[in-house]
Design a protein around this ligand. Sequence first.
Ligand code: ADP
Ligand code: ZN
Ligand code: ZN
Length: 736
Amino acid sequence: MADSKPLIVRVAVPSPLRRTFDYLVPDNLQSTPPLRGCRVSIPFGKRHVVGLVIDCVDTSAFSIDKLKPIAAVIDQQPLLPESLFKLFIWAANYYQHPIGDALHSTLPVLLRRATPLPAVNHVPHWQPSLLGLGLGPDSLKRSPKQKALMADLLTEAPLRHDDLVTRYSAALLKQLQAKGLIEAVSLQPQPAEEAQLLKEPALNLHASQQIAMDQIECHGFNTWLLDGVTGSGKTEIYLQCIEQILRYGRQALVLIPEISLTPQTEKRFRDRFNVPLVTLHSAMTDKARLDAWAAAQSGAAKIVLGTRSAVFTPLQTPGLIIVDEEHDPSYKQQEGFRYSARDLAVIRAKQENIPVILGSATPSLESLNNCHSGRYQHLRLTTRAGNASQPNWRIVDLKTDVAECGVAQSTLKAIRETLTNKQQVLVFLNRRGFAPTMLCHQCGWVAECKSCDARLTVHRSRGLLMCHHCQYQQRIVPACPNCQSHHLVSAGEGTERSEAFLQGLFPEIPVLRVDRDSTRNKGAMQTVIDTVDSGQPCILIGTQMLAKGHHFANITLVAILDADSGLFSADFRSHERLGQLLIQVAGRSGRGKIAGKVIVQTHQPQHPLLELLITEGYSSYANLLLSQRGLAQLPPFSQLAVIRAESPQARDAEAFLQDARRAAEAIACPSPQLSYLGPLPALMEKRAGRYRYLLQISAGQRGELQQLLATLCAQLEKLKKANSVRWSIDVDPQEL
Ligand code: ADP
Ligand code: ZN
Ligand code: ZN
């Protein structure tokens, strides 16, 4: 342009403020101004920070001479494709989160700094050199291995290093290289040729899999809910859909709840396909995460397997998104940017115009409701693949069948029988530690956390009393601090106690505990999996970590020690969660040839929900819960948001939310469509020394709630009281 209009960029900055910041593009950068989606280095307060350009504009609401210039442009090309950029903006608006923080918190750590994006992730290949190409048929006669390797490379080249070393030694490659016959080349992996796409053939689908598969169309947007009991062959359908889109030269994004707990899933993908696959999860080094991210962005990685935040991975050629175990609560981030990866996967698929498959044996009520209303397509797999059959359930009444260390007599009998038959047992107890309470037999004193409304859990093996809600821990006290009595009792049971009890009863049998305490050491989970895979009789005891996706062929008995806690919780989702957990845990039983048994211990053997779940199955159970939600106008039949506030003084948190409610009522005229509940104390009012309150806002329509929240957030930010509390907003909360 002839006139030198100052060029202005609007930058998203990692800051809690819900706004962007304008900067000037200085003269020396005018010829190559940053593009939307590029990182820039900018002065911000007293620091320099990395921000992302949201827009290039030529006017600002601020006076030009007040604007600071950007310090440097980090990327020449946008980091994020336009469609993904739109997803971020949509999500930041929808979840009422500052865009700068949303972008920042989901980018690989190294990209949050000024680290340049690594060049495309090239993979080492080998090819014949010119000299090698001219090799006569009689050469290399004295070394048959070298000759065979050379013959392979002369038939087809370049070949991937990783593939070659499965057949030939690395030393052999070095020898031919030293002779100048072959050379190493770094190449972007080639799209697999049809013949080599699969490492192993796909399975022949059984009838109900085939019916589901025939309906899934892999071009264009559509959402499928693949609703199939554990072991019904959902993963096989994922694999075959991925195969289709790989043949179109496209990439697949697969979300799973937790990778470290399910190494088997990753292995199944790797065993099937001959294409580059990357994983993205929290246990990776920053460098590895950046490399995987970059490989997805460049299109080199054909399959991206990751946990929640992987939904934001850029893809060069997206073709399909899969969300496995779509009901899993871990898809909702519970702090900071509180997004639902499952819901964003659907939004993203729509924006990219590609299919999305949500799979589960126990679909969320939201997804089932979306099927009923026709937004999602419901696909059912009702039988288990192979010969495995559905488990048999039995209820044990704890009122008449007294439990010792959490295990009832008849349960014990079933455990003994199973072990005698050389089979394996899974014992489920969703409470870690030795005992949930320590009390004084003399005066009734109970060990409580000083910072939380909670009791301290006894961890006997470590000699500690620990709070599971804050960092607090102390040595186990030898005497009651109240009356000095030495008669202290550990009351109730956790996994550690039941483990010790069972190990005492079955000293010859491995008893393996799986919970957050026992799996802290690297490799601990692998030891468990190896023992179980060996097929020898053993007892696995653990928390919900055991409910996730493992395939253990020899487990024929699952014992659920306590089904009661989920029956009587104040959270409106607790029955949904209980049903999902019981069915998922039960699904670990009888996945091999022998039918499994499931024992449920409860004080409420006649509870109608429990009975419905066991006799009619999850689908009837979920439909009943859905109709109850409908009557009560709870989600998914209404739209819910929660504003939370916490503070060392209870009255500050409560007063802030009272102001918030008044502000909301002033913004949106009172209408039957909008309703408020609170401020109320949270279910656990005091936690880590802070008093926690919440205000629920529910609306008939999403749009209505969104409009209100956007205005409300802007006002709350400016409230003076906002400085004396920690507050946050949670749209579509999963926990209250
Ligand atoms: P899900 O993902 O629903 O739990 P999987 O896909 O893991 O089910 O299948 C359970 C088991 O059945 C796996 O061992 C799988 O290899 C096997 N399986 C799945 N589909 C078939 C099929 N069509 N023929 C034979 N075996 C199958
Ligand atoms: Zn006492
Ligand atoms: Zn505590």
